[in-house]
Every structure is written in structure tokens, then in C-alpha cells.
Design a protein around this ligand. Structure first.
Ligand code: SAH
Length: 387
């Protein structure tokens, strides 16, 4: 069967040359490809540019797999996945749960693989990756012999590819609850229904970093299943951890029991209300942690998101004792680090607090950032001290 061929514009070719892996539909000149094909890419002059996944639906039509003139087959993907796993050996420590493959950043566009102890969760988020799913399962089985592989193909981006949202077992068994240690703390994970693929693995190194600064009274505002609160508990006197989701808090409490931790109180509440009430009551804390969901899901919601971030950061800064520490995060890709710093600076001025930046952090290193593809950097985590 002849290989499908896609010709892209000079602008598209330039984009690839700049190190990006995507070409948008408006830069596709001609194509004889079908949904999910692996295609040969050339520019207008017939110059070979690489091989890529093709989508007949998404605005992201091309996702580059290689710039070399090599076959893209099972052996190709096996080598890429093995290499991603090898790289994790250098950056992943003290955890049984981590991201094994992070999509474009591992040059495996639209494939995500997370490991929770002996179990794997995969996401195939484009037509091309979806078509390779059986191969991915066979490669992962060959390399890691997991006890089970689950597909968590329920993210909304699948709609843009015309792919159904689905959660299903691909091989072996995956029990409803899996225990995996992170930073020496035992956490339960629901791979079938939990947020993301069952946990916020991207925050793992930030949980650990928080230990250094934890002391006294702590307020953890968007705790989910206790990621920050339980990791720092041994360093704090008392921690109040709140979340709006009762289901998340139930697991948080079980995590707490599992680790025999006594000084964390989990409470169902709206963080905006709690911050406001404590501010008005002039409550003071040694540490406040803010890790809200992405307020800016797209560019249109940016202004409202900035207001939201500003409000919670303003309140949190006002709650800090002198020398107190604020750990504040944003996982909105559309809020850049510089914008985040700027809005917190405004909040600090409004709160009349002088603030030092102690650490500027990002997602854990098992969620690598591709230098030439800004979309792979989404998480900001600032550790600030109010003096
Ligand atoms: N800090 C967690 C991850 C937090 S994810 C960790 O490191 O593991 C964001 C959490 O915010 C979700 O659990 C969600 O239920 C909660 N949430 C969203 N809006 C909220 C609100 N207004 N008040 C309190 N919690 C909220």
C-alpha cells in the first residue's frame, strides 16, 4: 500500500523547523491521507520534512513523529517508549506512581502513559495514536509486564478528533483502588474514575518541596486527596485541608488513616468562601497552599481567570504570619509564569505585604518540557515568603 503524503506550506515547514511538532489545517496544501494515517511530509518543493500522525478532524492536522527518513513501525515506537522510560530512571525517585510517557515532550505526540505501581494507564488522544493502541499495549506489555493496562480515554480533547470518550480495560486486571507510595506516603488511586489518570502526579515534586517550608498552622485550600497536606504533615503542628469534592475528601481521609497521620483535618468547603471568612476574621497561618483547578481553560476565559487567581492569592497573602509561606500554583497553560508573577505582585501590593520568591517551580520532571514547544509547559508552582 502506498504511503500517504501530505504537502505543507512554507509557514508550516518553518514551524517544524523551529522545533514545534504541530502543523495546523490552514498550513496543509494537499493530502491524500485518511484519518489516523502515518504520513510522509514534504514542503511545496518536495523536500522531505518527516513522518507524522495525520488527523482529518482536528485543527492540529499534523503531529510530527520523526524528522528522519525512517520507517515508523512497532520497532520505532518501542525504541521511543523505551527511551522515555530510561530517562525516567534519572529523574524519578521515591515514588511508585509517575508519568512514563508524556506525549509531545517525549516525541510521542498524543500518547500518555502513567504508571501506578504494577499498573499502567494510557491515553491515546489523537486519531493516529488511537490507531496504534494495540501496538502500544503490546509494547508496554513487552517492556514492563504490567498486571493491567487501562485506557483513560475520557478527556474532552478526544471530541476534537472525532474519537469517542471511553474508559476500558485493555489487558490484565486493574482493581478499583491501587495503593502507590509517593514521597514515602501511601496514597490510594482510583485509576478508573479519579481525576486525570487517578492522581496529580505532576505535583509530586512540589509536594516534596513543600516539606522544607512547612511548620505550625497550615491551610491547604484545594487538597483533592491530600497530596500536599499528607506529605508535609510530619513538619506541621496542625493542617486544615479543604476541597469542594466530598468524594475526594473521603479518599483523603482514608489516605490519612493508612499513614497514621493525626494532625490533618479534612473539610468540605468552597476555598473562596473559606479564604474570605478567615481574612475577615483575621486568622493567621504559617503556610497557605493554593492549588486550584485550571481557571483559564482557554484564551476567552483569561480575564476571569486572572481575577480568580488574584482574589485567592490576595486573601492567602493576608492570612500569612510574618515569615509565613505561600505555595501557589496554576495549571492553566494560558497563564504564563510572568503573568502569574505579575498578578501575585499586584495581590501582594493590595495586601500590603512584601514577598520574596523562594522557589520558582514547575511540573515534576517525569512531565518533561520540550524546549521548542511551549505547550508542554503548563504548571507553575511558586514558593513565596511574606516578610
Ligand atoms: N492539590 C491537589 C490537587 C488539586 S486539584 C494535589 O496536589 O494532589 C484541584 C481540586 O480543587 C479538586 O480536588 C477540586 O475538587 C477542588 N476544587 C475546585 N474548586 C474548588 C473550590 N472553589 N473550593 C474548594 N475546592 C475546589
Amino acid at each position: 500500500m502506498a504511503e500517504s503524503h501530505v504537502v505543507i506550506s512554507q509557514r508550516g515547514a518553518e514551524r517544524l523547523r523551529s522545533g514545534h511538532l504541530w502543523v495546523y489545517r490552514s498550513d496543509v496544501r494537499s493530502s491524500d491521507a485518511a484519518a489516523g494515517d502515518i504520513v510522509r511530509l514534504t514542503d511545496d518543493h518536495g523536500n522531505f520534512l518527516g513522518r507524522a500522525f495525520y488527523s482529518d478532524r482536528s485543527q492540529i492536522t499534523i503531529r510530527l513523529l520523526t524528522r528522519e527518513d525512517v520507517p515508523v513501525d512497532r520497532a520505532f515506537f518501542l525504541a521511543r517508549i523505551r527511551s522515555a522510560a530510561e530517562n525516567r530512571k534519572r529523574v524519578v525517585e521515591d515514588t511508585e506512581a509517575f508519568r512514563l510517557v508524556y506525549s509531545e515532550a517525549d516525541l510521542l505526540p498524543s500518547l500518555i502513559v502513567d504508571r501506578y505501581s504494577d499498573f499502567l494507564v494510557i491515553q491515546t488522544l489523537s486519531q493516529g495514536a488511537e490507531r496504534m493502541k494495540d501496538d502500544f499495549v503490546s509494547i508496554l506489555t513487552e517492556l514492563f509486564s504490567p498486571r493491567g493496562i487501562l485506557e483513560r480515554n475520557d478527556p474532552r480533547v478526544r471530541d476534537l478528533e472525532g474519537l469517542p470518550r471511553r474508559v476500558s480495560l485493555l489487558t490484565g486486571e486493574v482493581p478499583p483502588e491501587i495503593e502507590a507510595r509517593r514521597n514515602g506516603i501511601r496514597f490510594l488511586h482510583d485509576l478508573h474514575k479519579g481525576q486525570k489518570t487517578g492522581g496529580f502526579l505532576d505535583q509530586r515534586e512540589n509536594h516534596r518541596a513543600a516539606i522544607t517550608y512547612a511548620s505550625g498552622e497550615v491551610l491547604d485550600c484545594f487538597t483533592y486527596q491530600g497530596g500536599f497536606a499528607l506529605t508535609i504533615a510530619s513538619r506541621a503542628a496542625q493542617i486544615e485541608a479543604i476541597d469542594m469534592s466530598l468524594a475526594a475528601l473521603e479518599v483523603a481521609r482514608r489516605n490519612q488513616e493508612l499513614n497514621g497521620i493525626g494532625n490533618v483535618t479534612f473539610r468540605e468547603a468552597n476555598a473562596f468562601d473559606v479564604l474570605k471568612a478567615y481574612d475577615e476574621a483575621r486568622r493567621q497561618f504559617d503556610m497557605v497552599i493554593l492549588d486550584p483547578p485550571a481557571f483559564a481553560k482557554n484564551r476567552e476565559s483569561l480575564a476571569a481567570a486572572v481575577r480568580g487567581y488574584k482574589e485567592i492569592n490576595l486573601r492567602a497573602l493576608k492570612l500569612l504570619k510574618p515569615g509565613g509561606c505561600l505555595i501557589t500554583c496554576s495549571c492553566s497553560y494560558h497563564i504564563s509564569e510572568s503573568l502569574f508573577l505579575q498578578l501575585i505582585a499586584e495581590a501582594a501590593n493590595d495586601a500590603r505585604r512584601s514577598v520574596q520568591i523562594v522557589e520558582r517551580r514547575t511540573q515534576s520532571r517525569d512531565h518533561p518540557i520540550l524546549l521548542t514547544m511551549p505547550e508542554t509547559l503548563y504548571l507553575k508552582c511558586l514558593i513565596l515568603m511574606a516578610i
